[in-house]
Design a protein. Structure first.
Length: 163
């Protein structure tokens, strides 16, 4: 009569071993999954900056440079630095954009990528990233560094170096 008893012990042993390995693999998979997902839960300021950048993309892609410029500080102290050198002031920067991107073919479709936000203080953030214009007359792309300042509870670009 030992036969059925040994068979039951072997079956239980096989089941335990099976569930152990399946369980370990599942645990390993779940651990890998959670370690592979980037941390979600940006702070409020980073979310506001990303929203500002998204608003700029939307304005640009609608052909509305004035809407795009809402992400910049409307002040004579704004600094934009491009391949032609620095431009000072909001109005001069707006005119520069309107002259350089006078129609939809020149504007193209804007996208930002590789955005990194570094909070310098409660009122300043340093942002780096890449920009790309998908255009029928030839694509353009480059990199940017932005200095954001929190002004009247709104994050605005006070200095832009794009190349």
């Amino acid at each position: 009569m030992l036969g059925p008893y040994i068979l039951q012990v072997v079956n239980i042993s096989v089941l335990i071993t099976f569930f152990y390995f399946v369980g370990m693999r599942m645990l390993l998979f779940i651990s890998f999954l959670f370690c592979s997902i980037p941390a979600i839960g940006f702070d409020k300021d980073s979310v506001q900056i990303i929203n500002t950048l998204n608003m700029q993309v939307k304005g640009w892609n609608n052909g509305d440079i004035d809407a795009y410029m809402q992400g910049y500080w409307n002040n004579d102290s704004l600094v934009f630095i491009g391949k032609s050198g620095p431009t000072y002031g909001y109005k001069a920067t707006l005119q520069r954009y309107k002259k350089s991107y006078s129609d939809a073919a020149k504007m193209g479709i804007l996208s930002f990528s590789d955005i990194h936000i570094q909070k310098l203080s409660s009122t300043y953030c340093f942002v780096t990233g890449a920009w790309h214009l998908d255009r029928p007359i030839g694509d353009l792309s480059g990199y940017f560094t932005l200095l954001f300042k929190k002004i009247n509870n709104k994050w605005l670009i006070i200095c832009d170096h794009s190349s």
